[in-house]
Design a protein around this ligand. Structure first.
Ligand code: SF4
Length: 300
């Protein structure tokens, strides 16, 4: 059995940066709180917890007056910064620069649309931290579309600026944008409509999708390692599954089942932008151990 780890999988630079910021703060003080899990991966959250990082929810901010609170890569709405200031909380801001740029664009788009009676539409996952941050930039006036059916909420007679959460599927975004434009043209009975779509899907996700197609084609079995609550984990796993039906979604090395493999299997280990490299190493090692056990059995 041959086992290969996808060299392109693993943390994106936004997550690498947030973890570095947390680790560096924890060398200076042993008290640091993170607003929500620092990354959508329980194994990595548990590792950083051992260094002293404690996860708190937004409703617990009040209990942490005067403390240091880390903002993770997903970013936060303006309301969080306002509240932190009121409570004398020191913010350690590890928001990803790509998310911060998108927040600014949504804010500007919202201002433009407010002036002309238009709408800001955001394609994203309901209740996802990044989406809450983006909706906050539009003062809650944006329309959230999580799936194509949700576009029914839109008034197509109005001007529209469309944005996407950074980790959404580029193809689905195109499909939704195409349908919105078409409906606007029908509603206004003209080809020329006031519609603008921003290319706001992160390059780290879009490129990974293309690379994973080749990786899934080149292996007999795909072990996709991700936290259950990772958006891009679900999306990238579907990419693998569509190419290679022997793709398995796993959260750690204990999920591996010996019956998935045979001694000649070519096994590929890959993951989401929130999957740590050490976790993929553990999965690869377990797969290799299974390969050795199968060979022993086969050779009597
Ligand atoms: S996926 Fe892209 S935008 Fe999101 S945190 Fe990572 S680098 Fe930043």
């Amino acid at each position: 059995m041959v086992v290969e780890i996808d060299s392109k999988s693993g943390f994106c630079f936004g997550v690498v940066n947030a973890i570095k910021v947390a680790e560096s703060e924890l060398t200076l003080s042993d008290e640091l709180y993170c607003l929500g899990d620092i990354v959508h991966n329980d194994e990595e959250v548990a590792r950083i917890k051992t260094l002293g990082l404690k996860t708190i929810s937004h409703s617990q901010l009040e209990e942490h007056k005067g403390k240091k609170v880390l903002i993770r890569a997903h970013g936060e709405p303006p309301e969080t910064y306002r509240k932190a200031q009121e409570l004398g909380i020191k913010i350690v801001d590890a928001s990803c620069p790509v998310v911060l740029r998108l927040q600014t664009k949504v804010q500007e788009g919202s201002k433009r649309m407010n002036e002309i009676g238009g709408l800001v539409v955001i394609f994203g996952k309901n209740n996802h931290a990044e989406v809450i941050g983006l909706m906050g930039q539009a003062n809650g006036n944006a329309i959230l579309v999580s799936k194509i059916e949700d576009i029914e909420k839109i008034d197509f007679s109005k001007p529209i600026e469309l944005f996407s959460q950074t980790t959404q599927s580029p193809e689905e975004y195109e499909r939704i944008a195409g349908e919105i434009k078409l409906r606007m043209q029908k509603a206004l009975n003209t080809e020329s409509v006031n519609f603008k779509k921003y290319n706001s899907i992160c390059g780290q996700v879009a490129n990974r999708k293309r690379e994973l197609v080749t990786f899934a084609q080149n292996n007999d079995i795909i072990l996709f390692v991700s936290g259950l609550n990772s958006s891009n984990g679900k999306m990238l796993y579907e990419v693998c599954k569509n190419i290679n039906s022997h793709s398995y979604f796993i959260t750690n090395a204990f999920d591996l089942q010996p019956e998935w493999f045979n001694t000649n299997s070519k096994v590929g280990v890959c993951g989401a932008t929130s999957t740590p490299k050490w976790l993929m190493d553990e999965v690869a090692k377990r797969a290799m151990d299974i390969g050795v056990e199968l060979s022993k059995k086969q050779n009597g």
